[in-house]
Design a protein around this ligand. Structure first.
Ligand SMILES: CC(C)(COP(=O)(O)OP(=O)(O)OC[C@H]1O[C@@H](n2cnc3c(N)ncnc32)[C@H](O)[C@@H]1OP(=O)(O)O)[C@@H](O)C(=O)NCCC(=O)NCCS
Length: 398
């Protein structure tokens, strides 16, 4: 691997990187027209290429902010577009890209990085751990009758042109209170959604929900038509400010005619969808899977950005890729600082991410052999330390 060079790509190289990436996913690269729609997802200065004689691998990122438990926002590098040419895999090209990229993130003061993984075995070795999980569910529309106490919600407004969605949806998203695990959506994220909507075979619809203070939620969907049994509505995006907007949007979705079932993918694990219905089984969970993978780039700043509860504990963190993170941290309700004290728990930086968001209980990670504790009762104390109110959820695919 000595002769592989990784460097930042210029704007005139983005399309080649994009074509290489699509090739690794076995997807036809964008046409000229499609490229015009999607090129802005490539943030200048954030696209890497790996070369031997030619471009053989790529990885990119875009800047965003991550909401951490407690509600603070930290600088986030959202990593995507990762691929290595099929005839150059398994010789360390991705490793070279990841090392270069993470070092760059650290140098630029990013606190965290995250990504959606095509396969579960790829990113743990680079310090990424499962930071949020989602569930895919199917709502059987004719069985899904809303319970009497469900909020009535507000008015919904149908938006059928993608150009109008481009104008309206970012504004609404920016108004929403984001919960832990969620991220901001900027100018390098939205073009990816709209480009995907353009590539849908049939019509795409959106609805904006209006609450007492203005727009407070939206949903985007397509319908796979079936003249015989009624179609399947595919929910592509759904976000809301509160329980009223959540109920109002679902009240609308269930009211759309000629629909047999609604496929709601990538939803938060504790979103109470089935609890809206007189028959909770009208909402069937099809799959629970890892959603975003989180990497703490600056461990000390990340730990300091969220609240901790109870007595302080000393965590001994190992980070082989960014060794400046390795060390002991005293973490408690009174704050976070580096220490030389005897550790209560030892863990790798990928596992720290899994604990950090609240996606996993530390005691479960102890049981799985991913955290080593000084004494058995420490596991419960770490659970207490990281206690979070809700299951973290990202809800923004990239
Ligand atoms: C995933 C991918 C980028 C890996 O690139 P690569 O250059 O082969 O990776 P590396 O050679 O640097 O691999 C580093 C280590 O990860 C392992 N690894 C890499 N990809 C893996 C995979 N898909 N499954 C299991 N292990 C994998 C390698 O075996 C190697 O382990 P080792 O150090 O113990 O030998 C490449 O296979 C690819 O482009 N796949 C298709 C597109 C894709 O899935 N992209 C990711 C989008 S999120």
């Amino acid at each position: 691997m000595n002769d592989v060079v990784v460097r930042s790509l210029g704007d005139d190289e983005f399309r080649a990187a994009n074509a290489l990436f699509y090739g690794t996913l076995h997807v036809t690269p964008p046409t000229d027209e499609q490229w015009e729609r999607v090129r802005d997802v490539y943030q200048p200065g954030r696209v890497l290429g790996a070369f031997d004689q030619q471009l053989i691998g790529t990885a990119r990122s875009f800047d965003a902010e991550l909401v951490v438990p407690g509600g603070a926002r930290v600088p986030l590098a959202a990593v995507t577009g990762v691929g290595v040419r099929a005839d150059r895999t398994r010789r360390g090209v991705l490793s070279a890209l990841m090392r270069h990229q993470l070092t760059d993130f650290a140098d630029r003061g990013m606190v965290a990085a995250s990504l959606y993984a095509s396969e579960g075995e790829i990113y743990g070795r680079f310090g990424y751990g499962i930071g949020t999980r989602f569930r895919d569910c199917t709502v059987h529309r004719h069985r899904a009758r809303l319970r009497p106490g469900v909020p009535s919600g507000g008015e919904v407004e149908l938006v059928t042109s993608i150009d109008d969605m481009r104008r309206r949806l970012p504004e609404v998203y920016d108004r929403l209170p984001l919960r832990p695990g969620m991220m901001t959506r900027g100018a390098h994220w939205w073009p990816g959604l709209f480009s995907m909507l353009h590539r849908q075979g049939g019509p795409v619809s959106a609805v904006v929900h209006h609450g007492p203070d203005g727009p407070d939620g939206f949903a985007v969907y397509t319908v796979d038509r079936d003249a015989g049994t009624g179609g399947t509505m595919r929910l592509l995006d759904l976000h809301y400010a509160d329980a009223s907007a959540f109920a109002g949007l679902w009240r609308f979705l269930l009211s759309v005619d000629l629909i047999q079932e609604i496929s709601a993918r990538h939803r938060g694990l504790d979103e109470p969808l089935e609890l809206l219905f007189t028959d909770p089984r009208a909402c069937e969970t099809k799959e629970v899977l890892d959603e975003s993978w989180l990497r703490l780039v600056d461990v000390e700043s990340a730990l300091a950005a969220r609240p901790w509860r109870g007595e302080p504990l000393v965590l001994d963190v190992t980070d082989p890729v960014l060794p400046r993170n390795s060390g002991r941290y005293r973490v408690g309700s009174d704050g976070v600082r580096r220490t030389d004290a005897t550790p209560d728990a030892q863990l790798d930086v990928d596992v720290l991410s899994m604990v950090y968001t609240g996606a996993w209980r530390p005691s479960a990670l102890v049981a799985a052999g991913r955290i080593t504790v000084r004494e058995p009762t420490t596991a419960d104390r770490v659970d207490e330390l990281v206690l979070t109110r809700s299951a973290p959820w990202c809800g923004t695919f990239f």
